[in-house]
Design a protein around this ligand. Structure first.
Ligand code: MN
Length: 253
């Protein structure tokens, strides 16, 4: 999206917020298969809110079970939203400036309290994660993303192998990512805890725009798969929303 359009949207979001909740804006974006930072910029009434899932809790069965989805969304994600709101209250508005966008928070994250880093990361990462899955997902990517995965990694299978490897090797809790770097290249990386590739941190090894996100915290799979992270990753390929990934990849930003 070109700058003038983005600026317009940021300003107009403040006007729209009176009639549409942040959740419904996010859900419209889900419906369009389109996720952008702009959607999450203006909190609802000064507070961030938990976006509704774009599908039912049992919609990803049998690959990801209903109870895991319900607890993951209504308890874990909700806690990140609530704790992000609390953490924001502790930060001087002059430090963050206005608007308190994710882009701005992630850029200044090194100077911000750990609670804001962890919970803003948690809210953003999960909001994105839900959109990158769908019922009857999986299969193969199409379009430019498919072409560039093939030219970058050799084949879709080789990409999936390397992505799964990054997810398996993340020690403890964290995320695996496919990102588009500043140079426009595809790269696989992983981050610890609720960090992400948008954060301006030396510990974030590969920075870029997330295209795919996989939560490898045990809370994402322990009820169904117990300690077997590899089984969860294998199941997850069946629910990947490649259309949403393609949308992120080809977005003009
Ligand atoms: Mn999670």
């Amino acid at each position: 999206m070109e700058n003038s359009r983005r600026d317009f949207l940021k300003k107009s979001a403040a006007l729209v917020i009176g009639t549409l909740t942040a959740s419904s804006i996010l859900n419209n974006a889900f419906a369009a298969g389109n996720f952008a930072d702009d959607i999450l910029i203006t909190p609802d009434g000064g507070k961030y809110t938990l976006p509704a899932l774009p599908y039912a809790y049992d919609a990803l069965e049998p690959h990801i079970d209903k109870l895991t989805m319900e607890i993951h969304h209504s308890k874990h994600h909700k806690a990140y939203v609530d704790n992000m709101n609390k953490a924001l209250e502790t930060v001087d508005g002059n430090v963050l400036g206005s608007p308190q966008s994710f882009e701005n928070i992630f850029d200044k994250v090194e100077k911000l309290p750990a609670a804001l880093r962890n919970n803003a990361g948690g809210h953003y990462n999960h909001s994105l994660f839900w959109t990158l899955m769908k019922p009857n997902g999986g299969g193969e990517p199409k379009g430019k993303l498919a072409e560039d995965i093939k030219s970058t990694f050799g084949s879709l299978d080789e990409f999936k192998k390397q992505f799964a490897d990054a997810a398996m090797k993340r020690f403890g809790s964290g995320w695996a990512w496919l990102v588009k770097t500043k140079e426009g290249k595809l790269a696989i990386t992983s981050t610890a805890n609720q960090d992400n590739p948008l954060m301006n941190l030396s510990s974030v090894e590969v920075k870029g725009t997330p295209i795919l996100a996989l939560d490898v915290w045990e809370h994402a799979y322990y009820l169904k798969n117990q300690n077997k992270r590899a089984d969860y990753i294998a199941s997850w390929w069946n629910v990947v929303n490649w259309d949403a990934a393609e949308g992120l990849y080809t977005a003009k930003k």
